[in-house]
Design a protein around this ligand. Sequence first.
Ligand code: AMP
Length: 207
Amino acid sequence: MNIVLLGAPGAGKGTQAAKLIEEYNLPHISTGDMLRAAVKAGTELGLKAKGYMDAGDLVPDDVIIGLVTERLQEPDTEAGFILDGFPRTSAQAVALDAELSKLERPLDAALLIDVDPEVIVGRLCSRRMCRECGHIGTVADATCPKCGGEMYQRDDDNEATVRNRLDVYEKSTSPLIDYYRGCELLVTIDGDRDPDVVYADVKEALA
Ligand code: AMP
């Protein structure tokens, strides 16, 4: 199963990806997670990406396309993958198509988790993540409900940056909705509901 998760930042792509991974045992390719790991490790990629990420802007296409292309060469992706946060621009979508057709592994679906932008601002400003396992929680979680780890607020989850990320999404990423609709791969799911209810629809879409 080769899946792309589309949706604005904070729509719940990471939460749905976590459920899919648990059930289908597929690798989760989250470009945001990969970049955050690079920033934490202080690699050349991390140093290059940090300024863009802190401002809520997109990391340049060539950097991110190279990262995902390399990741797709790894054997664990042969049985399928969940792409989360990629593609985010038309150039990335075209590069992904080219790579997947070279690998003879076409996409099965592009799932759009659809949430109103104002709901997202509230969600992201109160979002917290676990430093240990990456669990996505809220400001109400003093420690991680999954592993007991420390919860923290991402540097880019403040209101000004969130609003910029939503603008960037509207301009650069939302055109991909039409792109995948044109390829007959798009499935739109209302993401403004309990995550388990959203997941039931995700599963139905993939059945
Ligand atoms: P995310 O965790 O998906 O919200 O990504 C956090 C940040 O990483 C974004 O605001 C961008 O700065 C950067 N980023 C993640 N994925 C991409 C991508 N596909 N293209 C460009 N920048 C990205």
